[in-house]
Design a protein around this ligand. Structure first.
Ligand SMILES: [Fe+2]
Ligand SMILES: [Fe+2]
Length: 274
């Protein structure tokens, strides 16, 4: 299977098992063909999106089996959304087979998707331990709803890597600790693995944005393409892990700007990790 056919399968098949299909690392990238963004990733039966909200468990509830399941279920949904959005990115943004950089970028997205599939599988197996199936709780499509605003690859990486995955570093560290303290080393270990991979995903986004920023600073460039109404407040969790961004190779000016960034969005009262 070539890379685009695989991306279409992940996005257009309504079955969870198809969205977990592996791709051979040697798969080839064929000539780009125009592709329009669908209204929604295909999802059937239990894994359909729902407008119903489930409250993300607080620090006491998360220590109960039900609280853990709700949290892990929500993390799993974010992994699946990342798979579908990155598959869409492979399809909708052009590449040029004569330009090695654009090939590298698409292949980088492929390896990121393979990590997200690994994360999703880990969360699904954790849910299974507790007798929970994916779709037992409502699944939101908040991340996907940003896709129509992301009209170019740079805005996609600004949102996906530098914002959502950047925030994920803080959340993965925070919840790794929460589960460790709750006496749940299994879930803590999954979050450790996720954290390590997300570091490379954030580094991937920063690498490409640094190639494209021209005479702007990374922060100026990033904030100029982040789509409204999202702000950099979305790029961090309640506990800001500066060392993670350093490790991801982001420059200190960007890190300081993010660390000191405040807006009306009340990050500490967000309802769930999303
Ligand atoms: Fe992930
Ligand atoms: Fe990721």
């Amino acid at each position: 299977m070539d890379i685009s056919s695989w991306a279409r399968l992940l996005l257009e098949s309504p079955e969870l098992s198809d969205k977990l299909t592996d791709l051979k690392p040697s798969a080839s990238l064929l000539e780009w063909a125009s592709y329009s963004l669908p209204d929604s990733p295909a999802r059937s039966g239990k894994i359909q999106f729902s407008s119903e909200r489930v409250k993300f468990p607080g620090l006491n509830k998360i220590k109960t089996p039900e609280g853990r399941s709700i949290a892990v279920h929500s993390f799993a949904n974010h992994e699946l959304l990342a798979i579908e959005m990155m598959a869409a990115a492979i399809l909708i943004y052009p590449h040029d087979l004569n330009d090695p950089a654009s090939i590298r970028l698409k292949k980088g997205l492929v390896s990121t998707i393979r990590d997200e599939q690994k994360h999703l599988k880990l969360y699904l197996s954790r849910l299974k331990d507790d007798g929970v199936e994916f779709g037992d709780y409502p699944l939101n499509d908040f991340f996907w709803r940003q896709m129509p605003k992301l009209t170019s690859m740079d805005s996609f990486l600004a949102l996906m890597s530098m914002t959502f995955e950047s925030a994920n570093l803080d959340f993965a560290l925070q919840y790794q600790q929460v589960f460790k303290e709750a006496g749940d080393p299994k879930t803590a270990e999954i979050l450790r693995i996720v954290y390590e991979d997300e570091l490379t995903h954030v580094a991937f986004g920063a690498h490409w944005m640094n190639q494209w920023k021209q005479d702007k600073t990374l922060w100026e460039y990033y904030t100029s393409i982040l789509p409204y109404p999202l702000t950099p407040a979305r790029a961090k969790g309640p506990v800001f892990a500066e060392h993670s961004r350093i490790e991801a190779g982001i420059d200190q000016d960007w890190i300081d700007n993010l660390k000191n960034y405040h807006d009306d969005y009340r990050i500490t009262t967000r309802r769930s990790w999303k």
